[in-house]
Write a protein that binds this ligand. Structure first.
Ligand SMILES: *Cc1c(COP(=O)(O)O)cnc(C)c1O
Length: 331
């Protein structure tokens, strides 16, 4: 059966790497949204918690509930849950969402420093504080998100400057954490001084920083494997699969493996999907691919950087698309 192998050693290597940059494991908030970027939410939560990380970020309350026993604080990024546990913190992404959040909840207030998707403007801070007071919300943090942390762009510095202003404004409140850094911002930072960094992609072994920012010793954690279903002896000029899009140029031994677009791979006529064992012959099926190979088990990929380039996307998209149904095993 197609399965995902999670290399625990490489994951711990990455966690150590980012903990060093952040000046301590307690300064890492591990981002586990979208099934831990396809790696498996509970699997990764357990490993991160065992390593000593005590904060996590998720997308919604369903994810938060699944990992509630592993972390002291769980920041829910884009959901207004009806059910709240003691260790849940809700991201207040706007005045609109502040109004919807349940009274008495713990919140981190997002500041729009220039990405212009979510967050309140500093000019709305007093309005936000009034709502917070009215609803007895517990303001535990102030945060923002960078739009251009992985490229050379002045927007990054403008956002930093704007966040500093927010930090100065909210500094008068006690016991508030301040956080803005994602993986890219942490990797390029020289003297990290915030409460914690929200680290996603780097923990899984990837980054999109330009090479001018340096080399980073990160190791991809996930690899995808598939098992053989059958082997066929194909004669020269016979065709394989839907639409007969592949015609054998010679007599060939071809096997079918149990992975396909139903598992989250890309079916694309223009670009033949390439596995570690070679190109997919003909059309990719929902649940299978054909390769010129006879191995019982094949590695589809153990690094998605080249696939991301080939499909004009980012590693995040390839990883998060991996189906929930694929079995995840720790090696
Ligand atoms: C996804 C996300 C992150 C993590 O970003 P990476 O680039 O994967 O490190 C951090 N903060 C917020 C608000 C996010 O949505």
């Amino acid at each position: 059966m197609a399965h995902i192998k999670i290399n625990a050693q490489d994951y711990l290597h990455n966690l150590k790497y980012v903990s060093n940059l952040a000046n301590g494991v307690e300064k890492i908030c591990i981002v586990l949204k979208d099934n831990a970027y396809g790696h498996g939410l509970e699997t990764m939560a357990k490993l991160a918690s065992k390593f000593g990380i005590n904060k996590a970020c998720v997308k919604n309350s369903n994810e938060a509930i699944k990992i509630k026993e592993y972390f002291n604080e769980i920041l829910i990024l884009s959901d207004i849950p009806e059910f709240i546990c003691e260790n849940f913190i809700i991201a207040a992404n706007s005045i609109y969402s502040l109004k919807k959040i349940q009274n008495n909840s713990k919140i981190h207030l997002k500041i729009n420093t220039g990405m212009n998707r979510n967050g309140i403007l500093l000019s709305e801070a007093n309005l936000a504080l009034n709502i917070i007071k009215e609803k007895n919300l517990k303001l535990k943090g102030i945060f923002t998100h960078f739009s251009n942390a992985d490229i050379l762009d002045c927007g990054f510095y403008i956002q930093k400057q704007n966040f500093l202003k927010a930090r100065n404004f909210f500094n008068k409140f006690k016991n508030i954490s301040f956080h803005s850094h994602n993986s890219a911002a942490l990797l390029r930072s020289k003297n990290f001084d915030e409460s914690f960094a929200r680290v996603g992609i780097a923990s899984y072994g990837y980054h999109d920083l330009l090479s001018i920012f340096g080399n980073f010793n990160l190791k991809p954690v996930l690899s995808l494997y598939a098992d053989k279903i059958s082997t066929q002896h194909i004669k020269k000029s016979q065709k394989i699969g839907y639409g007969g899009r592949f015609e054998a140029p010679k007599d060939m031994i071809v096997s079918t493996y149990d992975v396909g677009y139903g598992d989250g791979l890309f079916r694309n006529f223009q670009k033949t999907f390439t596995t570690n064992e070679g190109k997919v012959l003909g059309t990719m099926n929902m649940d299978s691919i054909s390769l010129e190979c006879q191995k019982d088990e094949i590695c589809v990929f153990n690094n998605v950087i080249n696939l991301a380039k080939e499909y004009n996307t980012i590693t995040y998209e390839i990883l998060t698309k991996l189906s929930l149904n694929i079995k995840r095993v720790i090696v």
